[in-house]
Ligand binder design. Structure first.
Ligand code: ADP
Ligand code: MG
Length: 790
């Protein structure tokens, strides 16, 4: 909780710590003590349960302009003048005791100027015990019946704890008892009447849910930090006996030895060689505290010290370990022991000035005490800054024994609570302001929450399993028989006494037999219950068994079904395999057929080539025949017709020719078309063209134009000299690449859309009969692109 100041500007919201769930802020509470006298001027009012308001006393000028200003501070809880010790204990200290018993550490300190009620709050006064005796009372109320025998737990030199078996503990007890112990004249422990009232808190307060399967031991130690030295207030120094009351003059005290602080393996700080007393009751524990308190007083008087300048630290350590599996003895495992501690600190007065106007030695002491509280303030300040702003400044714990001792409460884990005590009197105004500011800062510091200890893993309820029965206890309490010897006739005492005892025994016997009968009955019912439970269990098991059998039968059926399915599938696979073999054979056969077909095709192609050659031979033969017919001597190219535009052609188209749809149809102007060789036609012309058709290898009709020049022979006949064979062919578009005609090297673009393409090839001078001649411009191809179906 953050302090709120009225009428003052708010500071920017501080950065929240990264993991708030595992950290708790230091719990800061405020207690306002009543004024000593009703006529005293008051400067502090309790506004509500969490807020106090502080204002400057009359005539106090806060600011130069004389402005009057009050300030409010908020705390986790504010306790007014009427709040009693118990109320304070319930709110502030009880949770710390609960934590202690659950194995977690706690620190509680009172802070304030001298006379503000720190000691009253912590220790209390006769008839009005403070937090310390109440804590002890609550601890022993809670663990009372589960305490270990003395010396079962042993604290070691390194802030740790050991466990030993009960026999060893007993031997150690006997050894200690044999040692001479200084005792009071009565031989009994005597509590100073001043404190006797304090422990009589009559609260019966206890922790709920104490682990009953654990055994517990409490150890207390009491130290004082004065002038930055640590003193063991329980140390039994050889020359420092508790001063007998009858001695008027006490022997001069040797200044006690200061103790050293060390860090244990868990990073907790501890005072080396400090006396730690095992205590078994509130009285015993408080007696130890009283012893330390007494010593402190003596030291203060004898060494001329100012008690308000020292810090007192009362440490309660609680060792606990689980009972073994039988619930009889404590488990002999060091790792299973939990040691927790609660430190109750009554700090020195926080005032900055020495109120008692001390001189010399005292002034120096005052300076030192201020120093350790100053360090506490600095540590809190740095811690707060580190946590809020993520800085990593070194916290100067080591600068004073006080802060060094409690280092791990802030750095490690635990619950830290502070009670700021204030006296509302006007004289304390300035000091009270300082106290409030420190308190405000402190509650912004966060401390890691202690984690729960893991459980030991043994079955709970071990302790009471082997508890004694009532009858056993009754037997032990059987009254002994008195002497029954009658020596005197007039003895009227012995017999009635005997009768009385016997009657008592009889009653006890009756009680026992009743108890026995009751137990028998209980046992019988238990047995019956057990029987019926066994029967019901049996039935249950039977039921389960038949259920399982049914399941198994179902699974068997399923198994059979699956087996059948597997068989069917195997059969199918066999068939498929066979089919595959057949298909493969088919494939092989088809491949063979394909091969033979392609061979056949090749053969046909070569046949065609042969045919062509034969045709050429035939043409030559025809020519020869004509030559013979004309009876001509070797041709003389006497007068060859001029190659003017007036050349005439004989267009010889045998009637067997088929009309083709070739795009490039030969077109010969002024030609005489004949169906068979005709002398008459030849005589009129000087050019000859035979159109010859045949089937190409691709199945298309191939048209060959065999051309030649016509000569007059001497005998008055005609001779043809073949000069060129032109081939016209149709070709599928998906077949070969289109070749353009030489007379039309740039075919129109839309010709590419034609599904069929004409192909023209030329073969120059296939047959030479007479003198060679070139083709005249007498004819030309039409190359008109035209779209048509294949
Ligand atoms: P401190 O330890 O802070 O110096 P004390 O506890 O010794 O102060 O208190 C000084 C005096 O005031 C004591 O006589 C004490 O009994 C009394 N006193 C302190 N607080 C209260 C309170 N809440 N109610 C009654 N008396 C108180
Ligand atoms: Mg005090």
């Amino acid at each position: 909780m953050k302090a709120a100041r009225a009428k003052t500007p708010r500071r920017p919201a501080p950065k929240k710590p990264s993991n708030p769930s595992l950290k708790d802020p230091v719990g800061v509470y405020c207690r306002v003590r009543p004024l000593s006298r009703p006529d005293q001027e008051c400067c502090i009012e309790v506004i509500n349960e969490t807020t106090v308001q502080i204002h400057p006393p009359d005539g106090y000028r806060v600011f130069r302009n004389g402005e009057y200003r009050e300030t409010q501070y908020s705390f986790k809880e504010v306790f007014g003048t009427l709040v009693i010790q118990k109320e304070l204990f319930d709110v502030v200290a009880k949770p710390l005791v609960e934590d202690l018993i659950r194995g977690k550490n706690g620190l509680l300190f009172t802070y304030g100027v001298t006379g503000s009620g720190k000691t009253h709050t912590m220790t209390g006064s006769p008839g009005d015990g403070g937090l310390l005796p109440r804590c002890l009372d609550m601890i022993f109320n809670s663990i009372g019946p589960f305490q270990a025998k003395r010396f079962v737990f042993k604290l070691d030199e390194k802030n740790g704890v050991d466990v030993q078996c009960e026999v060893d503990a007993l031997l150690e007890r006997q050894k200690r008892d044999a040692m001479p112990v200084p005792k009071t004249p009565s031989g009994k422990r005597q509590i100073d009447p001043e404190f006797a009232d304090m422990i009589n808190v009559q609260d019966h307060c206890k922790v709920e849910e104490v682990d009953e399967d654990n055994v517990y031991s409490v150890f207390v130690s009491y130290i004082e930090i004065y002038n930055n030295y640590i003193y063991d207030l329980l140390e039994e120094a050889p020359f420092d006996p508790i001063k007998p009351k009858f001695l008027v003059f006490s022997p001069p005290l040797r200044p006690p030895q200061s103790k050293i602080l060390r860090e244990d393996q868990n990073h907790n700080m501890y005072v080396t060689g400090c006396t730690e007393v095992e205590v078994k009751s509130t009285e015993e524990a408080f007696e130890v505290f009283w012893r330390g308190q007494k010593k402190r007083r003596i030291a203060n008087t004898q060494l001329n010290r100012e008690s308000s300048r020292s810090h007192s630290v009362f440490i309660i350590k609680l060792a606990q370990a689980p009972l073994d599996a039988d619930g009889d003895n404590v488990l002999q495992e060091k790792e299973q022991i939990t040691l927790s501690q609660l430190s109750l600190v009554d700090l020195a007065g926080s005032e900055r000035t020495n109120r008692t106007k001390a001189e010399g030695n005292r002034l120096r002491e005052a300076g030192n005490i201020n120093q350790s509280l100053m360090t506490l303030r600095t540590c809190i300040e740095v811690l707060r800054e580190n946590q809020m702003y993520g800085t990593n400044k070194m916290v100067p714990y080591r600068d004073s024994k006080l802060t060094h001792l409690f280092k791990n409460y802030f750095d490690g884990e635990g619950k830290v609570r502070m009670i700021v005590c204030v006296n509302p009197k006007a004289e304390d105004y300035e000091e009270s302001l300082q106290v409030m500011r420190f308190a405000e800062m402190t509650q912004e510091v966060e401390v890691a929450r202690p984690v729960d200890k893991p459980l030991c893993g043994l079955t709970p309820g071990r302790r009471f399993r082997n508890q004694q029965s009532v009858s056993e206890m009754l037997l032990q309490s059987f009254p002994p028989l008195p002497s029954c010897e009658l020596l005197d006739v007039n003895d009227d005492q012995t017999l009635p006494k005997l009768i009385e005892v016997l009657e008592k025994r009889h009653r006890l016997r009756q009680m026992l037999s009743e108890e026995f009968a009751k137990n028998v009955l209980t046992f019988k019912t238990m047995l019956q219950e057990f029987d019926s439970s066994v029967v019901s269990k049996e039935n249950y098991i039977q039921g389960k068994l038949s259920e399982k059998e049914k399941i198994i039968a179902g699974q068997k059926m399923e198994l059979e079904r699956l087996e059948k399915k597997t068989k069917t599938l195997e059969y199918k696979i066999e068939i498929l395999e066979k089919t595959a073999t057949i298909y493969e054979e088919d494939k092989r056969n088809l491949q063979q057929e394909l091969e033979s077909k392609s061979q056949k095709l090749q053969r046909q192609a070569s046949d065609k080539r042969r045919l062509e050659a034969r045709l050429q031979g035939m043409v030559a033969e025809t020519t020869m025949k004509w030559e013979k017919e004309c009876n001509a001597p070797p041709v003389r190219l006497r007068h060859r017709r001029s190659r003017s535009a007036g050349e005439r052609w004989v267009d010889h188209k045998p009637p067997s020719n088929l009309p083709t749809e070739t795009v490039m149809q030969p077109h010969v102007p002024h030609a005489i078309t004949v169906a068979a060789a005709s002398e008459k036609a030849l005589a009129k012309c000087d050019k000859y063209m035979l159109t010859h058709q045949e089937l190409a290898s691709d199945g298309e009709i191939e048209t060959k134009l065999i051309k030649g020049d016509v000569f007059k022979t001497r005998g008055g006949g005609q001779a043809v000299q073949f000069t060129e064979i032109e081939t016209l062919k149709q070709e599928s578009p998906t077949g070969r690449k289109r070749r353009s005609s030489p007379s039309n090297p740039n075919p129109p673009e839309d010709a590419a859309d034609a599904e069929w393409t004409d192909v023209e090839t030329r073969c120059s001078v296939a047959v030479e009969m007479r003198a060679g001649s070139t083709l005249g411009p007498g004819y030309q191809h039409h190359a008109q692109p035209k779209r048509r179906k294949p």
